[in-house]
Write a protein that binds this ligand. Structure first.
Ligand code: NDP
Length: 324
């Protein structure tokens, strides 16, 4: 049996309930993993609230690290006793142990702790595809990155610095801006107290940025488009402030032949080879010291509700761990 966080219905943090579940043995292509830590991600709140609907009842959580207890038929890249970490569907990482598809579980190198891994697999592989698999971004290019002091954000700041990319961050408080700057953002704008789109124009001498990475969504979408240079790329990859409202494609032409994409990590890691390649790239950045995984909040698994409340109230910075 394993303590697991389930939802019976969509709603606020109060729908998160702990229960004991039978774990069972892995079937073909599956592993059983005993979690040592799991990661909290904003996507978990979308699934809990019903913005991204799940077939109910359902377990939650998409990122964790632990020890492989058993492997099913056909699994060759892991064996019992190995350390493993993942970002993966279906949700179910908020648990002491689970059976899951093996394909997205990556062997975890020595030198990266379970907590670090649980705090970075989903967020770090997201940064990997944003900077390397979405649009060409070269040394010297300028990227605007919203919510730069968050979990994905602080990894993005460091990743950009390590690649010689100028990152203009935004964040909701001056303290968060200071954190983003400390982690490699070239500039950071407090978008709750400043006219951030005007400030982006000022910082770029009126030309705008090459690429915007916007996971804030509704509140920032329009200003983000206005911050791009002609032919610039808008990567809309999340909805922390709510989903982007319906939008007239013609606007992209009027603003200078802009490009727009709406990617998700799970397309990029769908096949095992790509997933491992992205994980290896991330592991390399962490092991070299280019990227440090900052865990600013830790909650026992049973306090998952408080963890969701803190994340949605914008009270967190960096990554948040649920302790097993
Ligand atoms: P964060 O730690 O970044 O937390 C979200 C942050 O968004 C908050 O801290 C807050 O920072 C900012 N924010 C702005 N407006 C709001 C609002 N109205 N309510 C709550 N927060 C707000 O979360 P994650 O690192 O887990 O994820 C960051 C974003 O990236 C999310 O939107 C997530 O869905 C997206 N994502 C998308 C993926 C994809 O592949 N498409 C994969 C991974 C993440 P501040 O106070 O500074 O404004």
């Amino acid at each position: 049996m394993a303590m697991t966080v389930m939802i019976q219905e969509a709603g606020g943090p109060e729908v998160l309930k702990l229960s004991d579940r039978e774990v069972g043995a892995p079937g073909p292509g599956e592993v059983r993993i005993a979690h040592k830590a799991c990661g909290l991600n904003f996507i978990d709140t979308y699934q809990r609230s019903g913005l991204y609907p799940l077939a109910l009842p359902h377990a939650l959580g998409m990122e964790a690290a632990g020890v492989i207890e058993a492997v099913g038929e056909g699994v060759t890249h892991l064996k019992p006793g190995d350390r493993g970490a993942y970002a993966a569907t279906p949700p179910g990482a908020y648990s002491e142990a689970r059976v899951m598809p093996a394909a997205q579980v990556c062997p975890l190198p020595d030198g990266i702790s379970f907590e670090e891994a649980a705090a970075m697999m989903l967020k770090g592989m997201t940064v990997e595809y944003l900077f390397h698999r979405t649009t060409p971004i070269a040394k010297g290019d300028t990227v605007l990155f919203h919510a730069a002091a968050g979990g994905v954000g602080l990894i993005a700041c460091q990743w950009a610095r390590s690649e010689g990319i100028t990152l203009i961050g935004t964040a909701g408080t001056d303290e968060k801006c200071a954190l983003a700057l400390e982690h490699g953002a070239t500039h950071c704008i407090n978008y709750r107290s400043e006219d951030w789109a005007a400030r982006v124009q000022e910082l770029t001498g009126g030309t705008g940025v090459d690429v915007v990475m916007d996971a804030v969504g509704a509140d920032t979408f329009e200003g983000s488009l206005n911050s791009l240079m002609p032919l610039g790329m808008m990567i809309s990859f999340g909805n922390a402030s709510g989903p982007v409202p319906p939008f007239n494609l013609g606007v992209l032409g009027q603003k200078g032949s802009l490009k727009l994409t709406r990617p998700t990590l799970f397309t990029h890691i769908a096949d095992r080879a790509s997933c491992q390649e992205m994980a290896d790239h991330l592991f390399g950045k962490v092991l070299s010291g280019d990227v440090k995984i900052r865990i600013d909040q830790r909650f026992p698994l049973r306090d998952v509700r408080a963890a969701h409340e803190a994340l949605e109230a914008r009270k967190t910075t960096g990554s948040t761990i649920l302790q097993i």
